[in-house]
Design a protein around this ligand. Structure first.
Ligand SMILES: [Zn+2]
Length: 133
């Protein structure tokens, strides 16, 4: 019997320092949420070496830009799906950059901002994180 193994999708992410300057790149696996939003492990540099953090991020697949704060896997799955379900956003042509507000309009921008802020609660112990690591 021949079995075809599924391909594990990967993405190369920029790694930023605390001043939001790109200091490295790392290729990581991701979990799809939708065609354009995915969950990636968080990465950082420690003394020049790439490291994975114990948190995840909702990431815009076409640009590799992170949306919202780092959070647990459950929060990224829940909030990421809520972001993907917001009407009026073509995530294929919309980046999360400076042009985002102009492209989607103020109301949709505010909904995205409010939804992505839910990831912050994960970091403040309000999360019911039941992820199995
Ligand atoms: Zn959480």
């Amino acid at each position: 019997m021949i079995t075809t193994l599924p391909t594990i999708p990967i993405i190369t992410l920029d790694i930023y320092n605390q001043d939001r300057i790109v200091v490295g790149r790392m290729t990581v696996p991701y979990e799809p949420i939708s065609d354009h939003l995915v969950i990636t492990p968080s990465a950082y540099l420690s003394e020049g070496a790439p490291r994975l953090a114990s948190t995840f991020a909702v990431t815009h697949l076409p640009t590799g830009r992170r949306i919202g704060a780092r959070a647990c896997l459950n929060c990224c799955r829940t909030v990421g799906q809520q972001l993907a379900d917001i009407p009026g956003i073509d995530w294929n042509t919309t980046t999360t950059g400076d042009d985002f507000k102009a492209l989607v309009g103020k109301a949709t921008f505010n909904e995205v901002a409010a939804t992505s802020r839910k990831l912050l609660s994960c970091l403040s112990e309000a999360c019911d994180d039941e992820s199995e690591w």
